[in-house]
Design a protein around this ligand. Structure first.
Ligand code: IMP
Ligand code: MG
Length: 191
């Protein structure tokens, strides 16, 4: 940087504590592929995408536009991580679906599967509601800390290393959901 150029405050997207892992372009390409796959597999079905708030809202918004089928969406909110980075195993329904899934072909849309505790519990709850089928799509799969090893993931964006990731809907204590890319937090104590 030359002496004349003024020092510009780092913005959120160029925060030096973030290490980019997947760019916007990589994400877009992968979601286009996932959308095509789902489009092929759900023809003539009664598809409903169930997004698990808040983290999966960005993935849902892109994935649904990559699926060229008649479909509906619904939302659920469950708490697992409070404000920290460690899974408690406790799952509480904060917001339930607005519509019945009886007879529907459901794809649960998640941002990330880590231990799998949240999803396993959620799938248990949904499986008692008479859906025709329930599958699972996660943007990120972090297999290393998995506790629920029997959890079957049907559609995965990227398999990721065991690091704390943010962006594209994923947060650190509420922050960073708006990053258009996926990054690892270099020093979580600073985040
Ligand atoms: P699990 O119950 O351990 O599978 O984690 C479920 C939830 O924890 C995810 O839906 C995320 O909201 C959150 N989570 C897990 N890993 C990360 C991460 O690396 N960054 C941000 N949130 C995470
Ligand atoms: Mg989540």
């Amino acid at each position: 940087m030359s002496a004349e150029s003024p020092r510009i405050e780092a913005t959120e997207f160029t925060n030096p504590n973030l290490e980019m892992l997947y760019t916007e372009e990589q994400i877009r390409d992968r979601i286009t592929e996932l959308g095509r796959q789902i489009t092929n597999e759900y023809r003539e079905r009664d598809l409903v995408l169930v997004s698990v708030l808040k983290g999966s809202c960005v993935f849902l918004a892109d994935l649904m536009r990559a699926i060229d089928l008649r479909l509906t969406i619904d939302f659920m909110s469950v708490s697992s991580y409070k404000d920290g980075t460690v899974s408690t195993g406790d799952v509480e329904i904060l917001k339930d679906l607005s519509n019945s899934i009886r007879g529907k072909d459901v794809i649960v849309v998640e941002d990330i599967v880590d231990t799998g505790l949240t999803l396993s519990r959620l799938l248990e709850i949904l499986s008692s509601r008479g859906a025709n089928s329930i599958k699972l799509a996660t943007f990120l799969d972090k297999p290393e800390p998995r506790v629920k090893t029997e959890l079957k993931i049907d559609y995965t964006g990227f398999v990721v290393p065991n690091r704390f990731l943010v962006g594209y809907g994923l947060d650190a204590a509420g922050r960073y959901r708006n990053l258009p890319f996926i990054a690892a937090v270099r020093d979580p104590s600073v985040a």
